[in-house]
Design a protein around this ligand. Structure first.
Ligand code: GLU
Length: 513
């Protein structure tokens, strides 16, 4: 089994492309086959610098590593079509020679005029093909001398595939079974241009043949071109070794009709690309899954399920487990709706799977990048406290910033006004006096010690706890009081609690004034 992922470097790689790469990779690994990366850069006009690097980095981040490719090399290279340029021309000319392709000399304006005339005559699907080619400037309508003269003069030309009249062409697709096209509905695709470059169709077929690709697994948008490709294999005499085709379902927008596009990402505020992309124009730039805080394992797991299912209840699969479980026959035919809530859920699951040590390490390095040096012991306790409350790793920075910061920077004023009254201050101060004598700050111990204090002094929880909570964290919500005291340590806890009454009073005065 030899499969390939064949992106065109025309911009950042959409997650639909990452899914295509992933499915190719999974299938190759499952069957001990070879996963190839081929860069399809024959369209010079759409070439975007940096796109190839982006594609490679995105795949690397997801752990999808090619066995053969521009960087890996291999016996079937080169793996960049621009470096294979010289291979393609001979097949284009061979097809002209055998009568399966022809030179076309029409200018873009002439082609447009043909389209408009066709549409005016009520032919909506106007195309350069079986119905129209005999009215155009090409080597089918020119005499041999005329064609030669035009070529000798160096007139710009393209080579078009000559689609047979009135035939049904059948594509066998692993996912969709048999898909048939009427030949007259296929256009005579341009396969070669006078700049010496093949178009996608010719280059793709020639390369798949010579790279001995056994399975072509790609997005559904290529299904309509596959009829053309089958003709190319046939006309080049390669049909008996033609790869098997598998066209993957579309990834649909979160709501409504149509496929997921970067527009939806902007509109709904979620990433649709694996990595961030900096373009010249702001509107063309975007944040990727990585910078949005997703773990690559979570994105991969999420993408695997966009169009495939294992047939069991299991939802969490590592890449290795996906390799084991994956098969083409469990790919859905219907489009897969993109659901960012599910992506977040996956991310949370993968965060919970990380060890506390790994989380602490990630937290320490994020804090460091934000200019904050924290100690390892604090980080470990901190991540234990917050790991269940976050969706993304960077949420760690904000989830408990009131504990990581030197002081409480913000108090919930409404709660302060409501709870800081009566003898609250006296109760807090009384408790602080005994707390100052206490050295064991283990949460379990602090809890029993505090409960005992409350009972012995005839107090209620309601008289002490709100002041404690607000003083330690600024709010009535959050982790347990005793866990907060432990992580802050004795000195900081007491300092915060001593400092609190004056802050609370100021808040109340502000309200009264
Ligand atoms: N270069 C095409 C693309 O950008 C490849 C399609 C295929 O896999 O045949 O998607």
């Amino acid at each position: 089994m030899r499969v390939r992922f064949a992106p065109s470097p025309t911009g950042a790689l959409h997650i639909g492309g990452v899914r295509t790469a992933l499915y190719n990779y999974l299938l190759a690994k499952k069957h001990g086959g070879t996963f190839i990366l081929r860069i399809e850069d024959t369209d010079q006009k759409r070439y975007v610098p940096g796109a190839e690097d982006y594609i490679k980095s995105a795949l690397a981040w997801c752990g999808i590593s090619p066995d053969e490719g521009p960087d890996q090399g291999g016996d079937f290279g080169p793996y960049r079509q621009s470096e294979r340029k010289d291979m393609y021309a001979q097949y284009a000319f061979q097809l002209v020679e055998s009568g399966n392709a022809y030179y076309a000399f029409d200018s873009p304006d002439e082609i447009e005029a043909m389209r408009q005339a066709q549409q005016a005559a009520g032919n909506q699907g106007a195309r350069y093909g079986v119905d129209t080619r005999m009215g155009m400037k090409n080597s089918l309508t020119f005499s041999a001398e005329e064609t030669k003269a035009w070529l000798d003069e160096g007139k710009p030309y393209t080579i078009r595939l000559r689609i047979p009249e009135d035939e049904t062409i059948t594509v066998n697709d692993v996912i969709r079974n048999t898909v048939s096209f009427e030949s007259k509905e296929l256009d005579d695709k341009v396969i070669f241009k006078s700049d010496g470059m093949p178009t996608y169709h010719l280059a793709n077929v020639v390369d798949d043949h010579f790279m001995q690709i056994s399975h072509v697994i790609r997005g559904e948008e290529w299904l309509s071109s596959t009829g053309h490709h089958v003709y190319l294999y046939r006309f080049l005499g390669w049909e008996d070794t033609m790869p098997q085709f598998a066209h993957l379902p579309l990834i649909l927008a979160p709501e409504g009709k149509g496929k997921l596009s970067k527009r939806h990402g902007k509109k709904f505020g979620f990433p649709v690309f694996p990595l961030s992309w900096e373009a010249e124009k702001e509107e063309d730039s975007f944040t990727g899954f990585k910078d949005a805080g997703y773990l690559p394992e979570a994105l991969v797991n999420f993408l695997a399920f966009l169009g495939w299912n294992p047939g069991t209840e299991q939802e969490i699969f590592s890449l290795v487990e996906l390799v084991e479980a994956f098969s083409l026959d469990r790919i859905n035919k219907g489009g897969a709706r993109f659901d960012i809530v599910k992506a977040k859920w996956y991310n949370q699951q993968y965060i919970l799977q990380m060890t506390d040590e790994e989380l602490a390490e990630a937290y320490l390095s994020m804090a460091k990048n934000a200019g904050k040096e924290l100690n390892a012991d604090f980080a470990l306790k901190y991540v234990r406290m917050f790991k269940e409350r976050i969706e993304f790793l960077p949420d760690l920075l904000t989830a408990g910033s009131f504990l990581a910061d030197d002081e409480v920077s913000e108090y919930d004023k409404k709660s302060v006004r409501k709870k800081w009254k009566g003898d609250a201050e006296a109760v807090l101060n009384g408790y602080l006096d005994v707390l100052a004598q206490e050295d064991n700050f283990e949460p379990v111990h602090l809890e029993s010690f505090t409960k005992e204090y409350i009972e012995q002094n005839g107090l209620s929880f309601g008289a002490l706890f709100p002041g404690l909570r607000l003083g330690l964290s600024g709010s009535l919500k959050g982790p347990s009081i005793f866990d907060m005291m432990e992580i802050l340590g004795k000195e900081k806890s007491i300092a915060r609690l001593k400092n609190a009454p004056s802050k609370f009073d100021a808040i109340k005065e502000e309200a009264n004034g």
